[in-house]
Ligand binder design. Structure first.
Ligand code: PNS
Length: 159
């Protein structure tokens, strides 16, 4: 069984993330979305909220699981018996950072491979950072975030 991990902060989940989940789940038997818990960045959403968004946003994908992780990605890969890391590329500007991550991970775990998937061009301008900024200023993220995830965000921000 070919198991892939799609790791990230997902703070919050965007349409770009959903696109990569759909593409990634089509090329592996099981795709585990790994939600980073102990990020050095201060997240807008708690790990429980981000897990809830991803579970809801990918519920139409039967071979996708959503799990939190902390510590090194390679340890999470071993724990999940995964050898593939899926990451999305929106533009060439993403590549340098992604290459660094991929090389560091391969160094720590030589049996793994990183697979880069190209985000659909219509989502190439979307990032969680942009979504957070819009939310912060009370704007509409309807064109940036999956519909069922918007409902969760509205619920969280109302509380
Ligand atoms: O969505 P992001 O924030 O760009 O995702 C970055 C992520 C979670 C993939 C990366 O920070 C990560 O893998 N962190 C876990 C710690 C780790 O393994 N570091 C060593 C490799 S650089």
């Amino acid at each position: 069984m070919r198991i892939g991990v799609y790791p990230g902060s997902f703070d919050p989940m965007t349409l770009g993330h959903l696109d990569i989940c759909e593409r990634g789940s089509a090329i592996v038997d099981k795709l585990v979305i790994g939600v980073l818990e102990n990020s050095s960045k201060k997240p807008m959403f708690t790990v429980e909220e981000r897990l809830q968004m991803l579970k809801e946003g990918t519920k139409h994908l039967p071979n996708v699981e959503v799990r939190p992780f902390s510590g090194l990605l390679v340890d999470f890969l071993r724990e999940q018996k995964a050898t593939i890391v899926v990451r999305g590329l929106r533009a060439v500007t993403d590549f340098e950072y992604e290459l660094q991550l991929a090389q560091a991970n391969r160094n720590l775990y030589p049996d793994m491979e990183t697979v880069f998937l190209c985000t659909n061009a219509q989502y190439s301008f979307i990032s969680s950072t942009v979504v957070k900024d819009i939310l912060h200023h009370g704007g509409d993220v309807g064109h940036f975030v999956p519909e069922n995830v918007i409902k969760i965000i509205k619920q969280i921000r109302r509380n």
